[in-house]
Write a protein that binds this ligand. Sequence first.
Ligand SMILES: [Fe+2]
Length: 266
Amino acid sequence: MKKEEFIKIRAWFLSYTRTFQGSDQLVNAHLGLKDRHAGRVAREMVELAADLNFSESDTILARAIGLLHDVGRYEQFKQYRTFNDAKSVDHSKLGVKVLDENRMLETLNPAEANIIRQSILFHGLLEIPENLNGRAAVFAKMVRDTDKVDIFRVVIERWREYKADPKNFKLQLDFPDLPGYSNQVIDELLNGRRINYQIMRTLNDSKLAQLGWVYDINFAATLKRMQQRKLFEQMAATLPQDETIEKVLRHLQSYMNNRLKNNENL
Ligand SMILES: [Fe+2]
């Protein structure tokens, strides 16, 4: 992708997302989070592209995908006032629709436009389709990794805000903040499986599921970055401390350490 093409996309993104800001504070707070998330994922994409020795043109493409990956969140929140896809709409599909309706991909090189579509379409699925390969698969895997890295950061930050002042916390919690967790979630993690949304019941379940994302990280470079920033440890520290949880944490940690030792996919 050419630099000028990225500049055009970014200008559109900024003006499009600004149209959602208004007098509704709930909408402003939630979509403001998405504005910052988009900018940070775009930066993470540039860093990952550097780790993977990408050309300048592919680095710009990666950056554009990072910026646009959640563009469907705006219309989703405006219409349904939730980011929960199961209760509203598939925000990944909606994102591609928004880009097409605004004719943002039309003038790009068709192969690159296709990579953007596929990466956005598959960024939020539990698993990437097996038949996706070639360049589209690489970019889709990258945005899945960088999105997760930033969500870790966001959830840790929101947790701190919520704990500091639960009454004035303005954002929605996805699950009730109850002391327990589900045994099914624990079993799945100990068996090396990612957690399906349907089996989560409490906030602890969703945090455990998030820790289980380490099974779904595509690039060792991403795990390395997570380790440098101590994202796993900070998230783990918000969980209740008992033997079962400690066992799961040790299991996930040793999985990460093994992958880093073998330097897979880097
Ligand atoms: Fe997303």
